[in-house]
Design a protein around this ligand. Structure first.
Ligand SMILES: NC(=O)c1ccc[n+]([C@@H]2O[C@H](COP(=O)([O-])OP(=O)(O)OC[C@H]3O[C@@H](n4cnc5c(N)ncnc54)[C@H](O)[C@@H]3O)[C@@H](O)[C@H]2O)c1
Length: 380
Protein backbone atom coordinates (compact mmCIF):
# COMPACT_ATOMS: atom_id res chain seq x y z
CA UNK A 1 0.00 0.00 0.00
CA UNK A 2 1.28 3.48 -0.86
CA UNK A 3 2.06 5.75 2.05
CA UNK A 4 0.85 8.72 0.05
CA UNK A 5 -2.65 10.11 -0.45
CA UNK A 6 -4.29 8.55 -3.52
CA UNK A 7 -3.49 11.52 -5.76
CA UNK A 8 0.15 11.25 -4.67
CA UNK A 9 1.00 7.72 -5.51
CA UNK A 10 3.51 9.88 -7.47
CA UNK A 11 5.01 12.11 -4.74
CA UNK A 12 7.20 13.68 -7.45
CA UNK A 13 4.20 15.80 -8.46
CA UNK A 14 4.19 17.84 -5.24
CA UNK A 15 5.35 21.46 -5.45
CA UNK A 16 4.39 21.40 -9.16
CA UNK A 17 7.01 18.69 -9.68
CA UNK A 18 9.87 21.21 -9.84
CA UNK A 19 12.32 19.17 -7.71
CA UNK A 20 12.24 15.93 -9.70
CA UNK A 21 15.63 15.25 -11.32
CA UNK A 22 17.01 18.57 -10.02
CA UNK A 23 20.34 19.07 -8.28
CA UNK A 24 19.90 20.46 -4.78
CA UNK A 25 22.61 21.58 -2.37
CA UNK A 26 21.69 21.67 1.33
CA UNK A 27 24.12 23.30 3.74
CA UNK A 28 23.58 21.87 7.22
CA UNK A 29 22.24 18.53 5.91
CA UNK A 30 23.76 16.69 8.91
CA UNK A 31 21.54 18.67 11.33
CA UNK A 32 17.96 18.16 12.46
CA UNK A 33 16.12 20.26 9.85
CA UNK A 34 18.67 19.49 7.13
CA UNK A 35 18.21 15.72 7.53
CA UNK A 36 14.39 16.00 7.32
CA UNK A 37 14.77 18.25 4.25
CA UNK A 38 17.19 15.81 2.58
CA UNK A 39 14.75 12.95 3.20
CA UNK A 40 11.82 14.90 1.73
CA UNK A 41 13.83 16.04 -1.33
CA UNK A 42 14.89 12.44 -2.02
CA UNK A 43 11.18 11.51 -2.02
CA UNK A 44 10.58 14.36 -4.46
CA UNK A 45 13.12 12.83 -6.85
CA UNK A 46 15.93 15.37 -6.35
CA UNK A 47 19.67 14.65 -6.51
CA UNK A 48 20.68 15.78 -3.04
CA UNK A 49 24.11 17.16 -2.16
CA UNK A 50 25.21 18.40 1.24
CA UNK A 51 27.84 20.56 2.88
CA UNK A 52 28.14 20.63 6.68
CA UNK A 53 30.21 19.68 9.70
CA UNK A 54 29.98 16.06 10.84
CA UNK A 55 26.88 15.13 12.88
CA UNK A 56 27.16 16.60 16.34
CA UNK A 57 27.41 13.47 18.52
CA UNK A 58 25.15 10.44 18.73
CA UNK A 59 22.34 9.82 18.17
CA UNK A 60 22.01 12.01 15.06
CA UNK A 61 19.06 11.91 12.68
CA UNK A 62 21.46 12.03 9.71
CA UNK A 63 22.99 8.71 10.86
CA UNK A 64 19.68 7.19 11.95
CA UNK A 65 18.27 7.76 8.45
CA UNK A 66 21.41 6.38 6.78
CA UNK A 67 21.68 9.56 4.71
CA UNK A 68 25.44 9.30 4.14
CA UNK A 69 24.73 6.47 1.67
CA UNK A 70 21.93 8.31 -0.12
CA UNK A 71 23.21 11.88 -0.62
CA UNK A 72 26.39 13.10 -2.28
CA UNK A 73 27.93 15.06 0.51
CA UNK A 74 30.97 16.86 1.73
CA UNK A 75 32.02 17.44 5.31
CA UNK A 76 33.39 20.98 5.53
CA UNK A 77 33.21 24.30 7.32
CA UNK A 78 31.30 27.23 5.81
CA UNK A 79 33.73 29.59 7.54
CA UNK A 80 36.15 28.53 4.77
CA UNK A 81 35.15 30.76 1.82
CA UNK A 82 37.27 28.90 -0.76
CA UNK A 83 35.77 25.55 0.24
CA UNK A 84 32.20 26.86 -0.07
CA UNK A 85 32.99 28.29 -3.50
CA UNK A 86 34.61 25.04 -4.66
CA UNK A 87 31.62 23.04 -3.45
CA UNK A 88 29.18 25.31 -5.34
CA UNK A 89 31.30 25.09 -8.50
CA UNK A 90 31.43 21.29 -8.33
CA UNK A 91 27.74 20.75 -7.54
CA UNK A 92 26.31 23.36 -9.99
CA UNK A 93 22.99 23.31 -8.09
CA UNK A 94 19.54 24.20 -9.41
CA UNK A 95 18.49 24.87 -5.80
CA UNK A 96 20.39 25.81 -2.64
CA UNK A 97 18.90 25.59 0.86
CA UNK A 98 21.29 27.28 3.27
CA UNK A 99 20.63 25.92 6.77
CA UNK A 100 24.14 25.52 8.22
CA UNK A 101 24.42 27.58 11.39
CA UNK A 102 25.23 27.61 15.08
CA UNK A 103 21.53 27.66 16.09
CA UNK A 104 21.52 27.74 19.91
CA UNK A 105 20.94 30.94 21.91
CA UNK A 106 22.66 29.77 25.11
CA UNK A 107 25.73 28.43 23.27
CA UNK A 108 25.97 31.77 21.46
CA UNK A 109 26.59 33.45 24.84
CA UNK A 110 29.51 31.05 25.41
CA UNK A 111 30.85 31.12 21.84
CA UNK A 112 29.86 34.49 20.35
CA UNK A 113 32.82 34.76 17.95
CA UNK A 114 32.22 31.29 16.46
CA UNK A 115 28.48 32.00 16.26
CA UNK A 116 28.97 35.25 14.30
CA UNK A 117 31.69 33.67 12.13
CA UNK A 118 29.39 30.79 11.09
CA UNK A 119 26.06 32.58 10.94
CA UNK A 120 27.17 35.87 9.38
CA UNK A 121 30.39 35.20 7.44
CA UNK A 122 29.29 31.63 6.60
CA UNK A 123 26.13 33.07 5.02
CA UNK A 124 28.20 35.67 3.15
CA UNK A 125 30.46 32.89 1.83
CA UNK A 126 27.39 31.08 0.49
CA UNK A 127 26.18 34.34 -1.12
CA UNK A 128 29.64 34.91 -2.68
CA UNK A 129 29.67 31.36 -4.05
CA UNK A 130 26.17 31.89 -5.49
CA UNK A 131 27.33 35.14 -7.05
CA UNK A 132 30.06 33.25 -8.90
CA UNK A 133 27.53 30.77 -10.35
CA UNK A 134 26.91 31.28 -14.06
CA UNK A 135 23.64 29.37 -14.25
CA UNK A 136 20.03 29.72 -13.04
CA UNK A 137 19.66 28.74 -9.42
CA UNK A 138 17.17 29.38 -6.61
CA UNK A 139 18.56 29.98 -3.11
CA UNK A 140 16.53 29.88 0.10
CA UNK A 141 18.58 31.26 2.99
CA UNK A 142 17.28 30.10 6.36
CA UNK A 143 17.42 32.49 9.31
CA UNK A 144 14.93 32.57 12.21
CA UNK A 145 12.01 34.39 13.82
CA UNK A 146 14.58 35.71 16.33
CA UNK A 147 16.12 37.95 13.63
CA UNK A 148 13.56 40.68 14.47
CA UNK A 149 14.20 43.36 17.08
CA UNK A 150 12.06 41.84 19.84
CA UNK A 151 9.74 44.36 21.49
CA UNK A 152 7.74 41.74 23.40
CA UNK A 153 4.76 42.61 21.18
CA UNK A 154 1.53 40.62 21.50
CA UNK A 155 1.03 40.62 17.73
CA UNK A 156 3.14 38.81 15.16
CA UNK A 157 6.28 40.32 13.56
CA UNK A 158 5.92 41.17 9.89
CA UNK A 159 8.64 40.88 7.25
CA UNK A 160 9.11 44.68 7.13
CA UNK A 161 9.78 45.00 10.87
CA UNK A 162 13.34 45.98 11.84
CA UNK A 163 16.03 43.37 12.24
CA UNK A 164 17.75 43.17 15.63
CA UNK A 165 18.39 40.56 18.29
CA UNK A 166 19.40 40.88 21.94
CA UNK A 167 21.81 37.92 22.14
CA UNK A 168 24.65 36.85 19.80
CA UNK A 169 22.58 34.13 18.05
CA UNK A 170 19.54 36.31 17.33
CA UNK A 171 21.61 39.30 16.21
CA UNK A 172 23.82 37.06 14.03
CA UNK A 173 20.67 36.00 12.16
CA UNK A 174 19.48 39.64 11.95
CA UNK A 175 22.90 40.48 10.48
CA UNK A 176 22.66 37.56 8.04
CA UNK A 177 19.27 38.93 6.89
CA UNK A 178 20.80 42.38 6.31
CA UNK A 179 23.65 40.83 4.31
CA UNK A 180 21.22 38.76 2.20
CA UNK A 181 19.14 41.87 1.41
CA UNK A 182 22.29 43.90 0.60
CA UNK A 183 23.64 41.17 -1.72
CA UNK A 184 20.28 40.91 -3.46
CA UNK A 185 20.21 44.66 -4.14
CA UNK A 186 23.91 45.01 -4.93
CA UNK A 187 24.77 41.87 -6.90
CA UNK A 188 21.76 39.76 -7.84
CA UNK A 189 19.73 42.20 -9.96
CA UNK A 190 19.74 40.70 -13.46
CA UNK A 191 21.77 37.72 -12.21
CA UNK A 192 20.59 34.15 -12.95
CA UNK A 193 20.46 33.37 -9.20
CA UNK A 194 17.23 34.19 -7.30
CA UNK A 195 17.62 34.66 -3.55
CA UNK A 196 15.00 34.70 -0.78
CA UNK A 197 15.21 34.24 2.99
CA UNK A 198 13.00 32.26 5.34
CA UNK A 199 12.26 32.98 9.00
CA UNK A 200 10.60 30.27 11.03
CA UNK A 201 9.74 29.82 14.67
CA UNK A 202 10.65 27.16 17.19
CA UNK A 203 10.64 23.82 15.47
CA UNK A 204 9.80 20.49 17.04
CA UNK A 205 9.85 17.01 15.52
CA UNK A 206 11.32 13.55 15.86
CA UNK A 207 15.07 13.20 15.53
CA UNK A 208 16.15 16.48 17.15
CA UNK A 209 18.86 15.42 19.61
CA UNK A 210 20.39 18.87 20.23
CA UNK A 211 21.55 19.63 23.75
CA UNK A 212 19.75 22.51 25.38
CA UNK A 213 16.49 22.38 23.43
CA UNK A 214 13.24 21.72 25.25
CA UNK A 215 11.90 18.71 23.30
CA UNK A 216 15.16 16.70 23.23
CA UNK A 217 15.61 17.60 26.92
CA UNK A 218 12.11 16.21 27.63
CA UNK A 219 12.75 13.01 25.65
CA UNK A 220 16.11 12.34 27.34
CA UNK A 221 14.52 12.80 30.78
CA UNK A 222 11.51 10.60 29.92
CA UNK A 223 13.74 7.87 28.48
CA UNK A 224 15.64 7.80 31.78
CA UNK A 225 12.51 8.09 33.95
CA UNK A 226 13.72 11.43 35.39
CA UNK A 227 11.66 14.60 35.96
CA UNK A 228 11.99 17.14 33.12
CA UNK A 229 13.79 20.28 34.28
CA UNK A 230 12.20 23.37 32.65
CA UNK A 231 14.28 26.57 32.63
CA UNK A 232 11.83 28.98 31.10
CA UNK A 233 8.27 27.68 31.70
CA UNK A 234 6.55 31.03 31.06
CA UNK A 235 8.28 31.97 27.76
CA UNK A 236 5.87 31.91 24.80
CA UNK A 237 7.02 30.55 21.44
CA UNK A 238 5.38 29.76 18.08
CA UNK A 239 5.86 25.97 18.19
CA UNK A 240 5.61 24.15 14.89
CA UNK A 241 6.42 20.73 13.49
CA UNK A 242 9.60 20.65 11.39
CA UNK A 243 7.55 19.78 8.28
CA UNK A 244 5.81 23.20 8.45
CA UNK A 245 8.85 25.41 7.77
CA UNK A 246 10.23 22.80 5.37
CA UNK A 247 7.02 22.88 3.29
CA UNK A 248 7.37 26.68 3.38
CA UNK A 249 10.99 26.59 2.15
CA UNK A 250 10.05 24.13 -0.63
CA UNK A 251 7.00 26.19 -1.59
CA UNK A 252 9.07 29.38 -1.73
CA UNK A 253 11.79 27.68 -3.80
CA UNK A 254 9.22 26.22 -6.22
CA UNK A 255 7.56 29.64 -6.67
CA UNK A 256 10.92 31.33 -7.29
CA UNK A 257 11.87 28.62 -9.78
CA UNK A 258 8.81 29.42 -11.89
CA UNK A 259 9.61 33.16 -12.08
CA UNK A 260 11.08 34.34 -15.39
CA UNK A 261 13.40 36.88 -13.67
CA UNK A 262 14.51 37.76 -10.16
CA UNK A 263 12.87 41.16 -10.29
CA UNK A 264 9.92 40.04 -8.13
CA UNK A 265 8.53 40.60 -4.62
CA UNK A 266 9.09 36.89 -4.07
CA UNK A 267 12.86 37.51 -3.93
CA UNK A 268 12.60 38.75 -0.33
CA UNK A 269 12.15 37.56 3.27
CA UNK A 270 9.23 35.27 4.29
CA UNK A 271 7.90 34.21 7.69
CA UNK A 272 6.76 30.61 8.10
CA UNK A 273 5.05 30.38 11.46
CA UNK A 274 2.27 28.27 12.95
CA UNK A 275 -1.38 29.23 13.48
CA UNK A 276 -2.25 31.27 16.59
CA UNK A 277 -3.26 28.17 18.56
CA UNK A 278 0.42 27.15 18.61
CA UNK A 279 1.70 30.24 20.44
CA UNK A 280 2.12 28.49 23.77
CA UNK A 281 4.36 28.67 26.78
CA UNK A 282 7.18 26.19 27.30
CA UNK A 283 5.20 24.86 30.29
CA UNK A 284 2.15 24.19 28.08
CA UNK A 285 4.35 22.37 25.56
CA UNK A 286 5.75 20.12 28.29
CA UNK A 287 2.25 19.32 29.62
CA UNK A 288 1.15 18.39 26.06
CA UNK A 289 4.19 16.11 25.65
CA UNK A 290 3.36 14.36 28.93
CA UNK A 291 -0.11 13.45 27.54
CA UNK A 292 1.68 11.11 25.10
CA UNK A 293 4.58 10.00 27.29
CA UNK A 294 3.63 10.17 30.97
CA UNK A 295 6.19 11.60 33.37
CA UNK A 296 6.88 14.62 35.60
CA UNK A 297 8.35 18.07 35.17
CA UNK A 298 9.75 20.62 37.58
CA UNK A 299 10.30 24.36 37.37
CA UNK A 300 14.05 25.01 37.24
CA UNK A 301 13.84 28.75 36.44
CA UNK A 302 17.18 30.41 37.14
CA UNK A 303 16.92 34.11 38.10
CA UNK A 304 20.52 34.58 36.89
CA UNK A 305 19.93 32.97 33.48
CA UNK A 306 20.95 34.79 30.31
CA UNK A 307 18.25 36.95 28.72
CA UNK A 308 15.84 35.13 26.38
CA UNK A 309 12.80 36.75 24.74
CA UNK A 310 9.51 36.08 26.55
CA UNK A 311 7.05 36.75 23.73
CA UNK A 312 7.60 35.95 20.06
CA UNK A 313 5.05 35.46 17.30
CA UNK A 314 5.15 35.65 13.52
CA UNK A 315 2.65 37.02 11.03
CA UNK A 316 2.36 34.69 8.04
CA UNK A 317 0.05 36.89 5.94
CA UNK A 318 2.75 37.39 3.27
CA UNK A 319 3.37 33.65 2.75
CA UNK A 320 -0.37 33.10 2.61
CA UNK A 321 -0.99 35.92 0.08
CA UNK A 322 2.01 35.38 -2.22
CA UNK A 323 2.68 31.63 -1.93
CA UNK A 324 -0.67 30.19 -0.87
CA UNK A 325 1.19 28.68 2.12
CA UNK A 326 -0.16 28.31 5.62
CA UNK A 327 0.47 25.96 8.50
CA UNK A 328 -1.19 22.53 8.36
CA UNK A 329 -0.94 20.81 11.73
CA UNK A 330 -2.37 22.33 14.88
CA UNK A 331 -0.29 22.48 18.06
CA UNK A 332 -1.71 19.20 19.43
CA UNK A 333 -0.99 17.40 16.10
CA UNK A 334 2.60 18.67 16.01
CA UNK A 335 3.28 17.49 19.57
CA UNK A 336 1.58 14.12 19.05
CA UNK A 337 3.56 13.40 15.86
CA UNK A 338 6.80 14.46 17.54
CA UNK A 339 6.38 12.22 20.58
CA UNK A 340 5.11 9.36 18.39
CA UNK A 341 8.35 9.53 16.36
CA UNK A 342 10.57 9.32 19.46
CA UNK A 343 8.52 6.54 21.05
CA UNK A 344 8.40 4.52 17.84
CA UNK A 345 12.14 4.88 17.25
CA UNK A 346 12.85 3.19 20.60
CA UNK A 347 16.23 1.49 20.65
CA UNK A 348 16.11 0.79 16.93
CA UNK A 349 19.33 0.98 14.88
CA UNK A 350 17.95 0.11 11.46
CA UNK A 351 18.00 3.02 8.96
CA UNK A 352 15.15 1.43 6.96
CA UNK A 353 12.93 1.57 10.05
CA UNK A 354 13.80 5.26 10.56
CA UNK A 355 13.15 6.00 6.89
CA UNK A 356 9.72 4.32 7.10
CA UNK A 357 8.86 6.24 10.25
CA UNK A 358 10.00 9.59 8.84
CA UNK A 359 8.49 9.05 5.38
CA UNK A 360 5.24 7.96 7.04
CA UNK A 361 5.06 11.28 8.91
CA UNK A 362 5.83 13.22 5.71
CA UNK A 363 3.00 11.32 3.99
CA UNK A 364 0.58 12.04 6.85
CA UNK A 365 1.51 15.73 6.70
CA UNK A 366 0.93 15.88 2.93
CA UNK A 367 -2.43 14.14 3.35
CA UNK A 368 -3.47 16.74 5.94
CA UNK A 369 -2.37 19.61 3.65
CA UNK A 370 -3.82 18.23 0.44
CA UNK A 371 -7.38 19.51 0.73
CA UNK A 372 -6.43 23.12 1.41
CA UNK A 373 -2.97 23.98 0.10
CA UNK A 374 -1.89 24.36 -3.53
CA UNK A 375 1.64 22.94 -3.00
CA UNK A 376 0.18 19.59 -1.87
CA UNK A 377 -2.16 19.19 -4.84
CA UNK A 378 -1.23 17.04 -7.82
CA UNK A 379 -0.26 18.65 -11.13
CA UNK A 380 -3.40 19.17 -13.24
N1 LIG B 1 15.46 24.14 15.20
C1 LIG B 1 14.81 25.30 15.39
O1 LIG B 1 13.95 25.41 16.26
C2 LIG B 1 15.12 26.47 14.49
C3 LIG B 1 14.27 27.60 14.58
C4 LIG B 1 14.51 28.69 13.75
C5 LIG B 1 15.57 28.63 12.85
N2 LIG B 1 16.39 27.55 12.79
C6 LIG B 1 17.48 27.56 11.79
O2 LIG B 1 17.37 26.42 10.97
C7 LIG B 1 18.68 25.99 10.58
C8 LIG B 1 18.88 24.53 10.94
O3 LIG B 1 18.71 24.37 12.34
P1 LIG B 1 18.73 22.94 13.05
O4 LIG B 1 17.75 23.00 14.14
O5 LIG B 1 18.64 21.88 12.03
O6 LIG B 1 20.21 22.96 13.68
P2 LIG B 1 21.24 21.75 13.88
O7 LIG B 1 22.21 22.21 14.93
O8 LIG B 1 20.56 20.47 14.08
O9 LIG B 1 22.00 21.71 12.49
C9 LIG B 1 22.95 22.68 12.12
C10 LIG B 1 23.66 22.24 10.87
O10 LIG B 1 24.61 23.27 10.53
C11 LIG B 1 25.91 22.67 10.36
N3 LIG B 1 26.95 23.60 10.74
C12 LIG B 1 27.08 24.28 11.92
N4 LIG B 1 28.20 25.04 11.86
C13 LIG B 1 28.76 24.83 10.65
C14 LIG B 1 29.92 25.31 9.99
N5 LIG B 1 30.75 26.19 10.57
N6 LIG B 1 30.20 24.85 8.74
C15 LIG B 1 29.39 23.95 8.13
N7 LIG B 1 28.27 23.47 8.69
C16 LIG B 1 27.97 23.90 9.92
C17 LIG B 1 25.88 21.45 11.29
O11 LIG B 1 26.90 20.53 10.89
C18 LIG B 1 24.47 20.95 11.05
O12 LIG B 1 24.44 20.21 9.84
C19 LIG B 1 19.67 26.93 11.27
O13 LIG B 1 20.01 27.95 10.34
C20 LIG B 1 18.86 27.50 12.42
O14 LIG B 1 19.33 28.76 12.82
C21 LIG B 1 16.17 26.46 13.59
Amino acid sequence: MSLYPKSHSQPLSLFSGVFAEKTVLITGHTGFKGAWLAEWLLLLGARVHGLALPPDGAPALFDQLGLAARVDHQIGDIRDAALVRRCMEEVQPDFVFHLAAQPLVRLSYEEPVETYATNVMGTIHVLEALRALQKPCVAVMVTTDKCYENREWLHGYREEDPMGGFDPYSSSKGMAELAIAAYRRSFFAGHPVKVASARAGNVIGGGDWALDRIVPDCIRALQEGLPIGVRNPHATRPWQHVLEPLSGYLCLAASLFKLPTNDSPLCSGFNFGPGHDANRTVGELVVEILKHWPGRWEDQSDPNAHHEAKLLQLSTDKASALLGWSATWRFADAVRETVTWYRASGHCNDPIRFQELTNGQIAAYIAAAEAALPWAQPIQ
